[in-house]
Design a protein around this ligand. Sequence first.
Ligand SMILES: Nc1ncnc2c1ncn2[C@@H]1O[C@H](COP(=O)(O)OP(=O)(O)OP(=O)(O)O)[C@@H](O)[C@H]1O
Ligand SMILES: [Mg+2]
Length: 275
Amino acid sequence: MKQIEIKNLTYSYDHESLAVDHVSFSIEKGSYTTIIGHNGSGKSTIAKLIIGLLEAESGEIFVDGLPLNLENLAAIRSKVGIVFQNPDNQFIGATVRDDIAFGLENHCVEQEKMDDIINRFAEKVNMTRYLDSEPSHLSGGQKQRVAIAGVLAMNPDVIIFDESTSMLDPQGKDEINRVIQELHADKKMTIISITHNIEEVAQSDHVLVLEKGKVVMEGDPKEILLQTDKLIKMNLDIPFSVKMQLELAKNGIKADQYISMEGLVNELCQYNLKK
Ligand SMILES: Nc1ncnc2c1ncn2[C@@H]1O[C@H](COP(=O)(O)OP(=O)(O)OP(=O)(O)O)[C@@H](O)[C@H]1O
Ligand SMILES: [Mg+2]
């Protein structure tokens, strides 16, 4: 079943050049989609269009079959959560606790349940000891964690992560990526992750590649990530295992085509045993 459907979407900031240029795609319920593309290719603009923060010049957006318009805006916003690229944009509360609570208050959640939810999600992103801190006093990565907790607390059907782990240290990135995987696997939440992390792309189940506001490639990760010439030409990264296979091929060792390290390492071990 389609969770999000986008048809012929176009947007321009300056009424001259198109930041989003006749884009169409759909996102299946419960899927994990990654969106990649170089800086300025239109990724964040598409995310803002989906939650109705920007109004499309032309084209249509449907969420669970509902067309995005003024009438359905509130219903759609309760279904789709977003963690922005720059966490400074999403703080309004005096404390971290207030910020995580903000969306819940709007949804009329009882106080007792609210405390429980706040504590649970603060713990998930490892920010429990900052619950009474002022958000503006946090580091960029800590702000990202709070923003993520706030969106998770709302329990939306879809979460859009717009480079939400870009400011986190490697351990923080791993923690949050694990939370994302968990939401997808256990809660069957629909995930849309805008990312420059190509290893994360390999773990998703649907990939969109954007260039100059257009979708130029779309498919499952294996289909996309093994088109190395195209990706390299677009100045996009390729997974480490694929780089390794290219180097091995230069030395006459042909491995089957893997987009993650696990399969490649297994095959190389077999190869070594045979020798
Ligand atoms: N507020 C704005 N006003 C005017 N132009 C904008 C604005 N935001 C983005 N643009 C332009 O729209 C295009 C798409 O930008 P967008 O932010 O969607 O790119 P992106 O793919 O998210 O890039 P990044 O990887 O750097 O986050 C770019 O050419 C950018 O300069
Ligand atoms: Mg962006």
